[in-house]
Design a protein around this ligand. Structure first.
Ligand code: SF4
Length: 306
C-alpha cells in the first residue's frame, strides 16, 4: 500500500520536528502534495476580505530549518511526487533561495515530478525570464495566482495591491517559462454594486491570461476583516448565493480564451461544483449552472468552507 500525503499531512502536524506554523493553506488540487512552508504568512496581508494570515508576521524560514523538514518528510514518504511551497506568496523569495530549496527537494525525493507555489504579481515580476526558466528546470511547474477580479475598481476596494494588467503580465511571464498557471477569481468580490462590472472585466482578463487552469471561489465574510466591518456599516452589499451564481454565469458566458482552459469550482466555498474546459464545454457548464440555480441545488452553508 502506498501512503500518500493526504494521510501524512494530518500526521505530520503532530510531529515534533516538522515546524508547521498554523494555519496552513493549500489549493484543493494540492491535497496529495507535501506542503512545505518556506515562508510564514503573506508579505501583503492587507486584502480586506482575507483573514488567512492576519495573525502571522511574514517571515522567511532559514534554509537549514527548511532542509530539516525536507529530510524528515523524505524519511516518511520517500516516493513523494508533488510538493507545494507555502505560505501565501512564497514566490516572493529570491530566485537563488527558491533554487536552493528546489535542489534540496530534488535530492530528497527521487520521484519528484512537480512543485507548486502561491504567487502574487510582485513575486513573479521581480524575477528575470532566465530566473523563471531556471526555476522551471528545477521542477517548479505550477504557479497559483489569486486574481480575485479583473476590474481595477474592485481590486482597489479589496486593497489587493496589484492591478489587473500587472497580474496579466505576470501570468504571461510565467507561461513564457513553460510553468503552468492556475488563476483564481473571487465571486461576489465587487458586491451588488459592481457585480456586472466584476463579471465582465474578470472574463476579459482571464481571456487575456488564458491560464492552464481557472477557478472561482465564492466570497465568504470572515468576522474581524475590514470587509465584514464594511458590511456591518452598510458600505458593502454582499451577494446572495443565487446572485453569486448568476455572476459566475455572466463571467463564464463572456470568457473567450486564446487556448483551452480547465475550469473548476471545486473549492469548499462554492455553492455548486463545476468542471470542464473553456471554451469547449462552456454551454454545458452554463446549462448545469442554470439548472442548479433554478432547482436551488446548492451546497448548504454549513458545508461551505474557506
Ligand atoms: S488574499 Fe492573498 S495577497 Fe491578499 S492578504 Fe490574503 S494571502 Fe495575502
Amino acid at each position: 500500500m502506498t501512503i500518500t500525503w493526504r494521510f501524512w499531512g494530518l500526521v505530520l502536524k503532530g510531529l515534533k520536528n516538522m515546524r508547521y506554523h498554523e494555519p496552513v493553506f493549500r489549493p484543493p488540487s494540492e491535497a496529495e502534495s507535501f506542503i512545505l512552508q518556506v515562508t510564514y504568512g503573506c508579505t501583503h496581508n492587507k486584502c480586506t476580505f482575507c483573514a488567512m494570515y492576519r495573525e502571522k508576521k511574514f517571515r522567511v524560514r532559514p534554509f537549514e530549518e527548511v532542509r530539516e523538514d525536507i529530510q524528515e518528510a523524505a524519511g516518511l514518504v520517500p516516493h513523494t511526487r508533488r510538493v507545494f511551497l507555502a505560505d501565501g506568496d512564497a514566490m516572493v523569495l529570491k530566485a537563488s533561495k527558491l533554487l536552493q530549496i528546489l535542489e534540496a527537494l530534488d535530492q530528497a525525493f527521487p520521484a519528484l515530478e512537480r512543485v507548486g507555489i502561491y504567487a502574487d504579481s510582485k513575486g513573479i515580476l521581480s524575477k528575470s525570464d532566465d530566473e523563471l526558466q531556471s526555476l522551471r528546470e528545477r521542477k517548479l511547474s505550477m504557479v497559483y495566482l489569486g486574481l480575485e477580479s479583473g476590474c481595477d475598481e474592485v481590486l482597489q476596494k479589496l486593497e489587493k495591491g496589484a492591478t489587473a494588467s500587472e497580474m496579466t503580465l505576470a501570468i504571461h511571464r510565467v507561461k513564457k517559462a513553460r510553468i503552468q498557471t492556475s488563476v483564481i477569481a473571487l465571486l461576489g468580490a465587487g458586491g451588488r454594486l459592481l457585480s456586472q462590472k466584476h463579471a465582465k472585466e474578470t472574463a476579459r482578463v482571464v481571456s487575456e491570461m488564458s491560464p492552464d487552469f481557472f477557478s472561482a471561489l465564492t466570497l465568504t465574510l470572515v468576522p474581524g476583516t475590514p470587509l465584514a466591518a464594511a458590511v456591518e456599516r452598510g458600505e458593502f452589499e454582499p451577494l446572495s448565493p443565487g446572485e453569486a451564481l448568476t455572476e459566475l454565469g455572466q463571467m463564464l458566458a463572456q470568457i473567450s480564451p486564446a487556448s483551452s482552459v480547465t475550469f473548476r469550482t471545486n473549492h469548499a466555498s462554492n455553492y455548486v461544483p463545476l468542471r470542464g474546459r473553456l471554451p469547449e464545454d462552456k454551454e454545458e457548464i452554463l446549462k448545469t449552472l442554470q439548472w442548479a440555480i433554478e432547482n436551488h441545488a446548492l451546497r448548504p452553508e454549513w458545508m461551505r468552507g474557506l
